[in-house]
Write a protein that binds this ligand. Sequence first.
Ligand SMILES: *Cc1c(COP(=O)(O)O)cnc(C)c1O
Length: 380
Amino acid sequence: MTVAHTSPNQMAHAVNRAGAILTVDLTAIAENWKTIAARVAPAECAAVVKANAYGLGIDHVAPALWQAGARTFFVAHLQEAITLRALLPEAVIYVLNGLLPGSAFEFSAHDLRPVLGSLPEIGEWSAQCRATGLDQPAALHVDTGMHRLGLSLEEAAHIAQERAALRFTPSLVMSHLACADTPGHKLTPLQQERFAQVAQQFSGIRASLANSAGTQLDARYHFDLVRPGILLYGGRAIDETMPLHPVVRLNAPVIQVRTAAAGETVGYGASERLKRDSRLAVVHIGYADGLFRAAGSSDARKGAQVVLDGTLCPLVGRISMDLATVDITDLPEDAVARGMTAEFLGASIGVDDLAEKAGTISYEVLTSLGGRYQRRYLGD
Ligand SMILES: *Cc1c(COP(=O)(O)O)cnc(C)c1O
């Protein structure tokens, strides 16, 4: 359920019912898109909204991006594309994972563009266009070093030479960077060089190489169109001078405040032994909500932090399925009361901060956000 405008009272009420509230700031997403678009102009800035807009809700996020000015969208699956088509009748929609056998007619019927990454896919799309008599555009994906999807460089060169034999006009030739978020990685310039040659072979067709991290590299990486995802949703930029906004806030209520004596242990496995008499707040959120169990703490390792009463406090012990425990010993005695909300993501804890504590990446934090949250959209 979505609550568009909530008073603090209503919000407290909703928190009590749902356990935790995920707030998604659509205005921040729109602003982030505009910032990237300005950075890469005159290249076009598309938007990647696969996996339900990185877990944030494609039915809210995609219209907000359209309003901001985005016209080209990328999803991973055909089903995601059909959902998106209903939301955005006029958008250009590419499907990154391409054609599965027998699915070409559905792409055609919904005016979707497959990203073709193999010769059999190109054959199927050609056959589809022959059958309908329509020249329906598709993208060609060329592998420049990631070895995931895409035509080999040799296959691409061959297709480029035989372009006239295709039954469709490719609308985009693209590749994907494997290491653009690792500054100085030597694969990145190598991929750029290889892709520049591919783009030349397909002259007259628009070219696209950059994901979010690629938008932050110099203009040689931008070509005609860039495909940011994570930066739109509050992932940390490698260029930290770029003013991007946090997008998600995750709040969960305190169920109990309790004490435990020095030497006692907290949580499953008794993995953490208290070094001092402690006050603990038990919070209504757990790994079933996407709060990774690996973000818990043990004697050996510091876990994630949460904001309570305006202060960063550490998690203590393991994270359970539906509960997490916070050490509030350093806060004033009555600072935390039952029903108060703790913040797990927000202005002072970014998705990358939480990801680091769990030994993962911001992408996985976002796409793992649970289905139990009350979702609230700002700027809808
Ligand atoms: C997911 C994806 C993107 C977006 O990547 P970010 O790192 O989130 O910007 C771009 N291109 C392709 C091919 C992708 O799979």
